[in-house]
Write a protein that binds this ligand. Sequence first.
Ligand SMILES: [Zn+2]
Length: 347
Amino acid sequence: MRALTIDTHGQLDQLAFRDDVAVPEIASPDDVRIRVHAAALNHLDLWVVRGVPGVRIAPGWILGSDCAGVVDAVGSGVTSLRPGDRVVVNPGVSDRTCEYCRSGDNPLCLRYAILGEHRPGTLADYVVVPAANALPIPSTVSFPVAAAFPLATLTAWRMVVSRANVRPDDQVLIRGIGGGVALAALQISKHIGARVWVTSGSDAKLARARVLGADETINHSTQDVAREVRARTGKRGVDVVIDSVGEATWTSSLGSLGKRGRLVTCGGTSGPLVQTDIRRLFWNQWTIMGSTMGSDAEFDAIVAELREGRLQPPIDSAFPLEQGRKAFERLQSGEQFGKVVVTVADP
Ligand SMILES: [Zn+2]
């Protein structure tokens, strides 16, 4: 089969399109094999190419976490799906038996594995996953839209709904609008009814975010984010910050938080090490939370939104699998607004 692979870590010139990769076999009675129709990229894919500390890959490693497609084969124990079913795939694989899984916290699973990072990925003609990781989607949801959906929306849903517990009267500040998680967080926060602030270094991205419902926009290249938030809220600050940027935004994210503020982080695309003034942390009684991926229940919840057309990921661009490196270059450029899709099967 065809696949986008790397043999070793490095820059994007390590990416290799191959057409001689063995089709994966069903390994467990609970597995399904999916004919991938569309995949999508996440910032995680760039980290995997560069190398994630503690994560080792084998040569010919297949990249990609997100996909949607058609069930091709099912293991002997699978009853929830049949060949021919259209599905969207949860990229986080858990054992569903450890204490964290049993308490509904699959991303804390002791054997948690993400497609493309810890297991063979989705940028290929076929991928094998546990049947519980694939949920049916109706024909009204296209494969590119479904592929662009899972990782970013699942991550944002857990951050906004489960961790920050955003309420209609909250003000939510989302850093770096244009990325998949930030855009999903914007859409989810607006569905809840919150007042949403977004930041970007691009006026064009801020204008597009307004079309998607952003109430307040701040250009972090030309404006001091914390000062703007303070000025526009009468010094009150926002209730929640959604931050996946890290080093570059941390200080101004905390500086934008009002009393009892909650900051949720799911990553540090600009760097992982930050400084926090604990005097402000305790005096303002802030809560700083980490979050990653989402549980089976949260995946059920977001796919229900997808099926009904209530949550649709903005798509920036699409590239065929053979031109996968161009898709990665688009993601690395940081110029995208929305998801970068990779089409795998013929439309
Ligand atoms: Zn587990």
